[in-house]
Design a protein around this ligand. Structure first.
Ligand code: CO
Length: 498
């Protein structure tokens, strides 16, 4: 009784509401005057509630079942409807009462987390965190799982991902990264001044960032860049994808490499098929795949020898006082500095994964019921000592540093590392398949790399599960060796022992 066009217009109306919400979010981060905050959160929650009601309505269910029972769908149409049914079931699985209890617990926990940060005292946050853990365990039961509760939560962020797979992947990653670090000589770094930590004028940085975005293929006809406290990418459709950045005058790395990171996210969104607007085939494959695109441009393109070859002479012209006397080798070393540190968001591309793996090991143990919130701090500190060789001096630089758990997000952290590991494997595949890719990049020509990503990843939207997409693009499942080989190749030359 329903036609496919009914499904499309129903879902696109929901997408319209969601995009209006997203625009309010963008404005909140970028332009909104401080005083607008109270009503803005009401406006956002009204619109979000409307979209939720539209999506979980009986109409959605009727449309989906009537289309799936019929025989009139093409392959891609059927895939869209199946994926929407999966989303629908995910949304309606938790009863209203539970969702409300969880929402209340989350906002209480967030406030307590802020209070605990203020006091630099984890103990303040423990009871509320334990409540969130208990609720997450109940949620896992309601969502159902085969092997362990944590699987049910992982599946929310990276569909098809299971802890058994992750455990092997992250276990190997942890051991191999620790091995690699132990082979390097990092002490020489301490003595050499970092050429990126000088005063770089704001406007000149901004102008360079814009030029770089254009060169990578970011389309300013369907995008724009603004300033916000935390850089992010937001899309209202493939024809309006915006990025933000922040500029630190005393650190050249902050803006430029965040521009490349967000460009990677944005190129993905600009490459999704417009004709699938509002439908699963018009959205990204997963958080991990999204992050793979940002890390590929930020690290594999942006921290490479070819990048230095193309852009360093121009940077010397733009910043003669900072870089006039610097050699390309020193610049390359400085964009690839590594040093263990306490804060995840400030970590280098190698140690970063140890931060993520620590969080993964801890949250998995919590959700599976093996440890309680009260025991987490000791566990955290012991792991930082063991994996990174660091003593955690206080809670703010330790277990209180991230907001994710205070938001009730368990199972999110792993997607960050998956992003880098996918990126290494995708980049390896691209180098094999694109003849002369290295020469292209050495000339600052990014077109063929972008086209390859468009054809192999972007244009498929959510058609495949992330793990299947990886296999389709590279011929095998996610394999940590690509990342380790890439990292060893780069860092063992940069930080060779005598
Ligand atoms: Co990102």
């Amino acid at each position: 009784m329903y036609k496919y066009t009914d499904y499309v217009s129903h879902l696109q109306r929901i997408a319209d509401v969601n995009c209006a919400t997203a625009l309010l979010h963008w404005d909140l981060e970028v332009y909104m005057p401080k005083g607008g905050a109270a009503f803005r959160s009401q406006q956002i929650s009204t619109l979000a509630g409307m979209a939720h009601e539209m999506f979980t309505s009986e109409k959605t269910q009727k449309i989906l079942h009537s289309l799936l029972d019929g025989n009139n769908l093409s392959g891609p149409e059927r895939r869209n409807v199946e994926l929407t049914l999966w989303d629908y079931q995910r949304e309606v699985k938790l009863d209203k009462d539970f969702v409300e209890r969880q929402a209340t617990a989350r906002s209480e926990a967030f406030n307590k987390w802020m209070e605990a940060r203020e006091a630099n005292d984890y103990a303040v946050f423990v009871p509320q965190l334990q409540t969130l853990i208990d609720l997450a365990r109940q949620e896992a039961d309601m969502r159902r799982y085969e092997a362990e509760p944590y699987d049910a939560l992982l599946d929310l962020y990276e569909r098809g991902l299971r802890a058994a797979f992750l455990d092997k992947l992250f276990g190997e990653s942890r051991d191999k990264i620790i091995d690699l670090v132990s082979e390097l000589n990092l002490t020489s770094l301490v003595e050499t001044p970092n050429t990126l930590k000088q005063q770089y004028p704001k406007d000149a940085q901004w102008d360079f960032g814009i030029e770089l975005l254009k060169a990578l293929g970011y389309d300013f006809n369907t995008g724009r860049q603004d300033i916000s406290p935390h850089p992010f990418t937001i899309a209202f459709s493939p024809q309006d994808v915006r990025v933000t950045t922040r500029v630190k005058e005393d650190d050249f790395l902050t803006m430029t490499w965040s521009c490349m990171h967000e460009a990677g996210h944005a190129l993905y969104e600009q490459g999704l098929p417009s004709e699938q607007y509002g439908l699963p085939l018009g959205t990204s494959a997963s958080l991990g795949i999204h992050e793979s695109q940002s890390r590929l441009w930020e690290n594999h393109v942006g921290r490479s020898r070819s990048f230095v070859k193309v852009w360093f002479p121009e940077l010397q012209e733009r910043f003669p006082e900072n870089l006039g006397d610097v050699t390309p080798d020193a610049f390359y070393r400085d964009i690839n500095r590594i040093q263990p540190n306490l804060i995840r968001t400030e970590a280098d591309e190698l140690h970063y994964h140890l931060h993520v793996i620590i969080r993964y090991e801890i949250e998995r143990a919590c959700i599976n019921g093996n440890v309680s919130a009260g025991e987490l701090k000791d566990l955290w500190n012991a792991k930082y000592k063991e994996y990174l060789g660091l003593d955690v001096p206080d809670d703010n630089r330790g277990i209180l540093q991230d907001v994710h758990w205070a938001h009730g997000s368990f199972g999110y952290f792993p997607t960050y590392s998956l992003g880098s590991f996918y990126a290494a494997q995708f980049y390896h595949a691209a180098s094999n398949r694109i003849n002369g890719l290295e020469e292209d990049l050495e000339q600052g020509n990014y077109t063929r790399l972008l086209d390859w990503l468009r054809q192999n990843i972007h244009c498929h939207g959510r058609e495949l599960l992330p793990g299947d997409l990886c296999r389709a693009v590279t011929g095998e499942i996610l394999n940590i060796d690509y990342f380790i080989d890439y990292a060893r190749d780069k860092y063992s030359t940069l930080y060779a022992r005598d």
